[in-house]
Design a protein around this ligand. Structure first.
Ligand code: HEM
Length: 60
């Protein structure tokens, strides 16, 4: 999650399949379906995943 500085960058990847650095995420990830998720749901996922990353880093 380190490459996603804010929810905007994460939401953009979830809808386009493109990372902030311009590289492509594998099309195994179903972007056609994920694009249907609402802004609120994607922002909540971003906060959840950021929280998990922080917890994992703290327990190392
Ligand atoms: C809401 C559901 C999902 C979330 C939040 C999510 C989130 C993510 C994130 C954050 C990454 C890393 C992106 C990066 O490298 O910058 C990723 C990669 C990936 N996801 Fe998902 N994903 C979801 C659903 C799925 C589903 C349903 C599949 C397949 C059945 C899938 C398959 C993959 C694969 C194969 C990668 C590795 C792609 C690569 O490294 O190029 N994802 N996902």
């Amino acid at each position: 999650m380190a490459r996603y500085a804010d929810a905007k960058a994460f939401v953009a990847m979830m809808r386009s399949g493109t990372r902030p650095d311009g590289s492509a995420v594998s099309t195994v990830m179903p972007f056609g379906a994920l694009r249907e998720m609402s802004d609120v749901d994607l922002e909540a996922l971003y906060l959840h995943l950021k929280g998990l990353s922080a917890q994992m880093a703290a327990s190392r």
